[in-house]
Write a protein that binds this ligand. Structure first.
Ligand SMILES: NCc1[nH]cc(CCC(=O)O)c1CC(=O)O
Length: 306
């Protein structure tokens, strides 16, 4: 009998869309698949505490546990939500061709931009960059999945809220008025989907290797290496974007203070063939230019906030 690949996904509309994309691609290759939406950790219990497996990410935790308890075979994630260190026994099996990397502002008109505005986002990276550019504005917290956030924007008097273009596009949400935030540096791996599998699962790893998009993989690995080198396990306002053009990779990345007053960044171009260690080198440049000091400040602030 042919093995059916059980594809684990979170149950938001965006997550389901992404998992369905992987399902269809695998079926096109002749594999049998099944979608398994995983709601919450609920009855999935491991025999050891989560930290012993190195499980950390709030968005990916549930699926990691489902994979390690053999409820699913593979899991589909928005790659930017995946911690840079994967749990023990779980490996990257495919990075799909990347979609739009940009952030956009969904708004009700842009008159407020040069005066005072209230912008909603739950992301430290977006908040810091917004305040860096518009120090007179206020940023309020906004959480939940894409649909929830869009609804909250409608229900409130805010001037706008920030979204990933890729997320809106995938669930076919077309806001009436929005602006591309070309100046904002996206999250490392924004717009990319990652499929993970168990290290020992050669069948699934082989199946998924056919879905891997090498250029996207090179770019997100540089961005995540930049992130990993800078943050050391702490969530900080960090943006990074690598883009391949012809034989070259253009990179820009930056670390911001939480209030947006400081930005330490770098921009560089190298030949694609020299991508090994590039993300780390860019991060080391930022660390040496005051980034190490700034990371310490950020960690202190985040820890005292609990
Ligand atoms: N943090 C939530 C999240 N994770 C992935 C996406 C969208 C798809 C992507 O950026 O890859 C979003 C929504 C958003 O940031 O607006």
């Amino acid at each position: 009998m042919k093995k059916t690949i059980r594809i684990g996904t979170r149950d938001s509309e965006l997550a389901m869309w992404q998992a369905n994309t992987v399902k269809q691609a695998l079926e096109k290759l002749g594999y049998q698949t099944e979608l398994v939406p995983v709601k919450s950790q609920g009855d999935l219990v491991l025999d050891k505490p989560l930290y012993e497996f190195g499980i950390t990410g709030i968005f990916t935790k549930t699926l990691d546990v489902a994979m390690l308890t053999n409820t699913i075979d593979i899991a589909v994630h928005s790659m930017k939500d995946v911690p840079t260190a994967l749990p023990k026994g779980i490996v990257e099996a495919a990075v799909l061709k990347r979609a739009h990397t940009q952030d956009i502002l969904v708004h009700k008109g842009t008159d407020f931009l040069n005066t005072e505005g209230i912008i909603a986002t739950g992301s430290l990276r977006r908040k810091a960059q917004w305040l860096h550019k518009y120090p007179n504005h206020e940023v309020v917290d906004l959480r939940g999945n894409v649909n929830t956030r869009m609804q909250k924007l409608e229900d409130n008097e805010w001037n706008g809220a920030i979204f990933a273009a890729a997320g809106l596009e995938r669930i076919n949400l077309k806001p009436e008025s929005y602006s591309d935030l070309k100046w904002m540096i996206p999250a490392p791996a924004q717009g990319a989907m990652l499929v993970v599998a168990k290290e020992e699962d050669e069948f699934c790893r082989k199946a998924l290797s056919a879905l891997n998009h090498e250029e996207s993989e090179i770019c997100v690995h540089i961005e995540r290496e930049f992130l990993r080198t800078l943050e050391g396990g702490c969530t900080a306002p960090i943006g990074a974007l690598a883009v391949i053009e012809g034989d070259n990779i253009h990179f820009k990345g930056a670390l911001f203070s939480l209030d947006g007053s400081k930005k330490i960044g770098t921009e560089k171009t190298i030949p694609v063939t020299e991508n090994e260690g590039f993300g780390k080198a860019c991060a080391e440049e930022v660390l040496a230019a005051g980034g190490a000091e700034l990371m310490k400040e950020i960690k202190k602030l985040i820890n005292t906030k609990g």
